[in-house]
Design a protein around this ligand. Structure first.
Ligand SMILES: [Zn+2]
Length: 570
């Protein structure tokens, strides 16, 4: 490839709206261009990287015996209605109608269609199988941002295991777990595997592969001592116990005219510290209003609430709804004496006494509350979001909560989709049994962005050789000088002949411009061919990672580069 014949429109400045490093660099280095919010064109350099990432994905899927499919991105609404997700998934699903008025949707994932195809399986003898594709997905994200990290249209490797029973599912899940480890290692990113919420996928168990990064939007709690790790949507911790006094014989109302928040009551004379208060929230789950109680110093995880109540999108009730239910405004709410409403209390409140909470009367609270005695709690559940520094639930060590990018997610789905869509096989006894499914995904663009977040510096991207758009750039310093250009061409041809992905920078530009572009684009090796070096029979080899430079004999340059590149290919 010749730079002069290539479309590599590098930019000097960051795009105005970009915050994430990978967003800035992928735009500036001419890998992507935004078409609209959450929608990107891949330029030729971007395609080269994506093809290499997809090659790794295909190789590792093939290695576990998976077969490649390619399914449509536009689906009949009917199949999504059968699975129930036409109704249970909210506005993230792009819906449209065809000219005859039939409901269609754009695929956000493909469980339904693979289960639909799995209806053609007849016998347990055909199982297990693993099916996959590398294909487009659509999600109507409320806040598309951060370049390739949060988009509305993206390519994903999604695979689906089909087996006869839970043991088969465990095996397929483990195979994918190991394949994902190999994939991310080959892509050059360190991941931590964490327990996660299965969210709208359903199923019994799921594991996310996370890359630590400030550009991420997922928070992961992990323990350095024992290796426990979980998405905060799922993770737990051990709270320090609070000693309760005997309390009062009955709750006692007291005036709190200036109290609006937990902190206000903690500061007030005669108030209560946050861990002696009950925080009362009202949520709308579909049509139903429920009370959510937490210890005053704890934060609600809305995802935990969603999972526990099987409600895809719990919504905090507005003030009118709250007043209609409890006759008071936020700031004076409590569960004492409330009946006919579901009351979900966090486990940290179980057995607690002598607490303070709102009186459901503006400007008043009650103290001396014994949760079991005074509140009609429907159930104690884990609703609390883990905070940095809390104790590990496994070993008591200190949990760290860090920002991460989710690059992969694997789910044990079970028989949810096969039952609803009718994917059954006959077992050994001739009885029809629903196929047991797993679902496994890696977002290609997000993986690319995570690689860039990990591998970059002030000058640009530092691609691992495995996914670099080019492995070597031959930079000819003075292409108008015939001897120099010929030496550059010879080196270029020699490398190309050895199967190296090489580009020759034959532009009539200042050396500084060419060096800057090569570093911004992130090509792992640069061979600089210039009249001065050639006069001494030398070529300069520059390694992008570590910025190491050395001079080698012209005659040996190709061999040295080939050897270096091959060592770093995975
Ligand atoms: Zn631990």
């Amino acid at each position: 490839m010749r730079w002069t014949r290539s479309f590599i429109p590098t930019l000097r400045d960051d795009p105005a709206d970009a915050e994430a490093t990978s967003h800035k660099l992928l735009v500036r280095a001419a890998f992507i261009r935004q078409l609209m919010a959450g929608s990107y064109s891949l330029l030729p350099l971007g395609v080269r990287v994506v093809n290499k990432v997809e090659r790794v994905l295909r190789e590792e899927m093939d290695r576990i015996g998976a077969q490649e499919f390619r399914l449509p991105a536009m689906h009949p609404g009917e199949i999504w209605q059968k699975s129930g997700r036409w109704d249970s998934v909210g506005e993230e699903l792009f819906r449209l109608k065809d000219r005859s008025g039939a409901d269609l949707c754009l695929a956000m994932t493909h469980e339904e269609i693979f289960a639909w195809l799995a209806r053609e399986l007849r016998s347990y003898k055909e199982l297990p199988q693993t099916w996959y594709q590398v294909q487009h997905k659509y999600r109507d994200e409320p806040r598309p941002k951060s370049g390739l990290l949060r988009v509305r249209e993206f390519v994903m490797k999604d695979s689906y295991s089909l087996g006869l029973d839970d043991a088969g599912l465990d095996h397929a899940f483990q195979q994918h777990f190991e394949a994902y480890r190999r994939i991310f290692e080959r892509l050059g990113v360190e991941t931590v595997a964490v327990e996660a919420s299965s969210g709208m996928m359903g199923g019994s168990e799921s594991v996310e592969f996370m890359v630590e990064s400030d550009a991420g939007e997922d928070w992961v709690a992990s323990c350095g001592a024992c290796g426990y790790a979980g998405n905060v949507e799922k993770a737990t911790s051990t709270l320090a116990a609070v000693e309760d006094g005997p309390g009062l014989d009955a709750p006692e109302k007291f005036a709190t005219p200036d109290v609006r928040t937990i902190d206000d009551l903690a500061r007030m004379d005669g108030g209560a510290p946050a861990d002696r208060q009950i925080k009362t929230l009202v949520y709308r789950l579909g049509e139903e209003l429920v009370l959510v109680l937490l210890r005053g110093d704890c934060t609600l995880s809305e995802q935990k609430l969603a999972d526990i109540t099987a409600t895809p999108e719990p919504v905090a009730a507005d003030e009118d709804e709250i007043r209609g239910l409890l006759n008071a405004g936020p700031g004076s709410l409590g569960g004492v004496g409330v009946s006919g409403v579901r009351i979900l209390a966090d486990e940290a409140l179980e057995g607690r006494r002598d607490l303070a909470t709102g009186a459901n009367e503006d400007g008043f609270h009650v103290r001396g509350v014994d949760v079991a005695r005074d509140i009609d709690v429907t159930g104690y559940v884990d609703l609390r979001e883990v905070q940095d520094g809390e104790a590990c639930p496994m070993c008591g060590g200190e949990l760290r909560v860090r920002k991460t990018i989710e690059v992969g997610h694997i789910f044990k789905l079970g028989t949810t989709y096969s039952e609803k869509l009718g994917a059954t096989v006959l077992d050994e006894d001739g009885k029809a049994r629903p196929v047991v499914m797993g679902s496994y995904g890696i977002g290609v663009g997000r993986a690319v962005a995570a690689i860039v977040e990990r591998w970059c510096d002030d000058s640009g991207i530092i691609w691992p050789v495995n996914v670099a758009p080019f492995e070597v750039v031959v930079t000819v310093l003075n292409p108008k000088d015939v001897d120099t250009m010929e030496a550059g061409e010879r080196l270029y041809e020699a490398l190309a002949g050895e199967g190296i992905d090489v580009v020759i920078d034959d532009r009539d530009e200042r050396p500084g411009v060419k060096f800057k572009d090569a570093e911004l684009v992130g090509i792992p090796y640069r061979a600089t061919v210039g009249p001065k070096g050639l006069a001494n029979g030398k070529v300069e080899i520059f390694r992008r990672r570590g910025a190491e430079k050395r001079e080698v004999d012209v005659a040996k340059a190709a061999d040295v580069l080939v050897q270096n590149v091959l060592e770093e290919r995975r």
